[in-house]
Design a protein around this ligand. Structure first.
Ligand code: KIV
Ligand code: ZN
Length: 516
């Protein structure tokens, strides 16, 4: 048993992460990500902001009901109605937390809240007391702490700890801090607040200057024992501190950090892929830990060194963060058991036999087209099977395209909409453009195409292409995914998936438009 203190990992991918412009997740997608975070043994999952809309409330409730091992948290302003709503959404959780916040910087108090400092203190205290009616696990954040006056921060934090806050979180809301100064602030807060030993000090850093992880780690060196972070560093504007970097920095440099995380790091890469697929936010190749090049050695000298002794150039092992050897696992003749066993090994479990069957039949179709099936193919298959299992009104029946040098590409599409088949043929600048126009002429979503991207899942020209399509209509955003060895078909699937989401009834605007 280690004698080190614990560093609590608080993931806010589902809340702050979703505030990234363009990232939007349905309730089912949030539950899928929450389950992946639970598998990773994340301590606290911030599932959303229940007061923002009925849709946000439903998502937080669904996550609270689905997750058993992690604490599920809901965000609120320091208002009774927000707190009551969060208390209601979190009712089903095994372990719940309410996270309430109010701004404390002079500019926010004056220009945004139009409140005097005394009023801010009494709102903060009242909010924490109200939250304690629902749970004894209450977090308070002085928003824009990075630009707040030190004495005022001490006053607010002492008051909320007295009122029952068990975690006090110091957000660098606008990403303005620099590591030595931020670390120093945390140390001084802990030293100067008389009841600081009654609460866990947490940090929540934004990445506007590219310093979110560095600031968070400086805070850890100075007494913070919770870090708020997101998968792939997703989040408002330039994002939040990346979970994978916080976890692997503290683990790899255990000689430096005074505390340790309780995370199953082998779940990091699968979770990163899941989040990137669902949000349509591709991971840059050179992104630490989860980028495809993070463990690739290009130069001959490096390759030679690694072959002779891996630790010459590698400080972490790729497999420890969930990069599989991407070996050829299955083929055309593999059966259901082999398929299920390999997915089990990859940490993918099915909620029902129907889900397993849907994924297995996709696997058989793929095995007919592609000789070698890799782990990454399997992960994409599961995502595809999940997409199909949602209640979709629009189904892709068939795609036919004609592309020829010197001729205008044409696409013929057959869709079933609410069970009734419809067909359209359209011309376009290219085959994909023609396909999208033909789909649109049947379903008429009248949305704007904001993003179209293709990634190959493995290498080689028989690789599956993974396509993301982002549609926007009246402030709503929907991301769709599709995978196939034929990228035109993958594109059609992705468009249909996004169209299904955009036509689905919801009272949920994009979180950018919510009142936070
Ligand atoms: O960045 C921020 O200040 C926040 C708070 C709500 C914690 O996200
Ligand atoms: Zn934030």
């Amino acid at each position: 048993m280690s004698s080190k203190e614990k560093l609590i990992i608080f993931d806010t991918t589902l809340r702050d992460g979703e505030q990234s412009p363009g990232a939007s997740m349905t309730k089912d997608e949030k539950v899928r990500i929450a389950k992946a975070l639970e598998r990773m043994k994340v301590d606290v999952i911030e599932a959303g902001f229940p007061m923002a809309s009925q849709g946000d409330f439903d998502s937080v409730k669904a996550v609270a009901d689905a997750v058993k091992d992690s604490t599920v948290c809901g965000l609120t302003r320091a208002l009774d109605k927000d707190i009551d709503r969060a208390g209601e959404a979190l009712k089903g959780a095994n372990s719940s937390r309410i996270h309430t916040f109010i701004a404390t910087s002079p500019i926010h108090m004056k220009a945004k809240l139009r409140m005097e400092p005394d009023q801010v203190v009494s709102h903060a205290v009242a909010a924490v007391k109200r939250a304690r009616r629902y749970t004894d696990n209450v977090e308070f954040s002085p928003e824009d702490a990075g630009r707040s006056e030190f004495e005022f921060l001490c006053r607010v934090l002492e008051a909320v700890i007295d009122a029952g806050a068990t975690t006090v979180n110091i957000p660098d809301t606008v990403g303005y801090s620099v590591p030595h100064q931020f670390g120093e602030t945390i140390r001084r807060l802990i030293e100067n607040i008389p009841n600081s030993d009654k609460a866990v000090f947490s940090v929540h850093c934004h990445n506007d200057l590219g310093l979110a992880v560095a600031n968070s780690l400086a805070a850890v060196m100075n007494g913070a024992r919770q870090v708020e972070c997101t998968i792939n560093g997703l989040g408002e504007r330039a994002g939040n501190a990346a979970l994978e970097e916080i976890v692997m920095a503290t683990r790899t440099r255990a000689d430096v950090f005074p505390c340790e995380v309780n995370i199953d790091a082998t779940q990091i890469v699968p979770c990163s892929r899941l989040v990137s697929g669902i949000t349509g936010f591709a991971v840059q190749p050179n992104k630490a830990i989860v980028g495809v090049n993070a463990f690739a050695h290009e130069s001959g000298i490096h390759q030679d060194g690694v072959l002779k002794h891996r630790e010459t150039y590698e400080i972490m092992r790729a497999e420890d963060v969930g990069w599989s050897a991407n070996r050829m696992v299955l083929g055309k003749h593999s059966g259901r058991n082999a398929f299920r066993t390999r997915l089990d090994e990859l940490g993918v479990n099915f909620d029902s036999e129907e889900e397993l069957n849907a994924a297995f039949s996709r696997f058989k179709e793929l095995a007919d087209k592609k000789h070698d099936i890799y782990d990454d193919d399997l992960q994409a298959l599961v995502t595809e099977a999940n997409l199909d299992s949602e209640n979709e009104r629009i189904k892709l029946v068939s795609v036919k395209v004609a592309s020829e040098t010197g001729e205008t590409p044409k696409a013929q599409i057959v869709l079933a909409v609410d069970g009734k088949e419809g067909q359209a043929t359209e011309a376009g600048a290219g085959a994909v453009d023609a396909v999208f126009k033909a789909i649109e002429s049947i379903v008429r979503t009248e949305s704007e195409l904001q993003l179209y991207s293709v990634n190959n899942i493995t290498t080689g020209t028989d690789s599956q292409g993974e396509v993301t399509v982002r549609l926007a209509r009246n402030g709503r955003i929907a991301n769709g995914q599709g995978a196939d060895t034929d990228i035109v078909i993958a594109s059609a699937r992705a468009y249909v998936h996004a169209a299904n989401k955009i036509v689905a009834p919801t009272d949920r605007a994009h979180p950018q438009n919510s009142p936070v």
